[in-house]
Ligand binder design. Sequence first.
Ligand code: BDP
Length: 578
Amino acid sequence: RYRMALSLDGMWQFQFDPKSCGLSENWKDGLPSPISMPVPASFSDFFTSGPDRDYCGDFWYQKDFFVPETAQSKVQLRFGSITHRAIVFCNGVEVARHEGGFLPVVADVTDVVRCGAVNRVCIWVNNDLNESTLPCGTHNVLSSGRKIVKPYFDFFNYSGIQRSVYLVMLPAESIQDYEVSYTLDGADAQVDYKVFCEGAGEISVQLLDAENKLVAEANGAEGALCVQNAHLWQVRNAYLYTIVIVLKKDGLPVDEYRERIGIRTVEIRGTKILINGKSVYLKGFGKHEDFDILGRGFNWAVAKRDFECMKWTDANCFRTSHYPYAEEMYRLCDREGIVIIDEVPAVGIGAGAGINPYETFPIREHHEQVIKDMIARDKNHPCVVMWSLGNEPDTENFPESAYEYWHSLYELAHETDPSDRPVTLVCCQNNYEKDIVTRSMDVVCINRYYGWYNLSGDLDAACYGLNLELDFWEKQNKPVMITEYGADAVAGIHECVPEMFSEEFQVEFYKRQNAQFDKRKFFIGEHVWNFADFATVQGCMRVDGNKKGLFTRERRPKMAAHYFRERWGEVPDFGYKR
Ligand code: BDP
């Protein structure tokens, strides 16, 4: 009633800027010779030439849009993300600058837009990687002058405007943000809230149940809503309330904001993770935002298919490896009762060969900012049960520096989250005895490739090595889960004797290792690597991308998907290994 959002998705204008002359030549006013480009989508896979598909450097987007005469007092452009960095110009005026490709960019354009007229947004974007960016990487320059990006990570460096864009219109005095946290008391629950507004006024808050019946209300910017006989948000059995926040001035409403929330608690106790006081076993996947043609572009149809595939396997959880995903995914998880481990794009922190990344990579400040921004965006989603500070950094070569770096981030995440969820860091196949960071997290998350990258093909030796390691973790008295394990399988390759790359080997790999996990009471979850096959840079280890998916890139099940469907069908969400 008081605010409005208009979608600007669709065809935009686009142009590469290989000489980086766009800023000095004022492309902010209009691109000299643009082509059309769909938004949201990664630009890469539309192109039929290698240099275009693999383009690394500056590029621009442009769109003309109409702002209604009736626009509210405040006008914003909101991008779900722009990968990896951007400067946004509206009608030729710079309105936002942003570093990092996986969280929203909001530009206040109130002072530069013309209402009842056509306006123009032009965006300088850059997708290069270095050791001060997250994710980390570098580039080589070919003799032709063309740059080739070298990611320190195993996914294609898709970029562009990969999520939806909105023109947002708000009243002069508006609700900016809110936060909630929960305590359970027998059958009842208390929802503590805080509302943040721009401009003064009275605030009232209501909680409606799923039938839109009022169950609790309170007044003030801070307070508590008491819910009798609360319906809890449970894993794979979500119940959502609606929080309605109204801002009033002189007794009259000037803004209203509604959002679905779920009442649930998350807590670590001993070697268990408890949701609503009950120990949960996390079954699911490391995923990617990745699909044919779209690259990393958000698409509702792909998201729908992914959820159907996840539910079909009886999964209850995924990790947003290796960056925060589009917000739409979190809303779907809230609704489906699927749990998320939410990860920042801190991947590739390690230079090997005696170089201490914590002294040489200038990333700390940006890393802290991304953690704060991710928590700010996702804090109210019931589906998010844990924050992941990063994936597979170097934790063994400079253990003290690593501890100092990661532990300060661990504390930052705890301080930032109003409901103080568990915090983790996902560690790689390393010298786990030397690594003192991983064991200091709330949950130990390990990525292990016994039988694939090491002890390749030898599943007896793989199980032996895995058990040696599990004995070590057992002594740490922490909850432990595997956040990645897997074997590449090229769909359609079958063998009588399971050999690497066949579908039979992939099944055997998982069966053997799962049998080891099942014997360990402190083991709280298994995340297959990966949900689906995905695009990577080319290389001698990759046949048309990474083939560790349980599903193919077009989301057809491999044999291992059928195997997990059977297994997870028998592993309950709650109370497993009590
Ligand atoms: C792990 C990485 C993941 C890779 C995977 C693999 O965390 O991003 O895709 O290995 O090699 O180390 O398949």
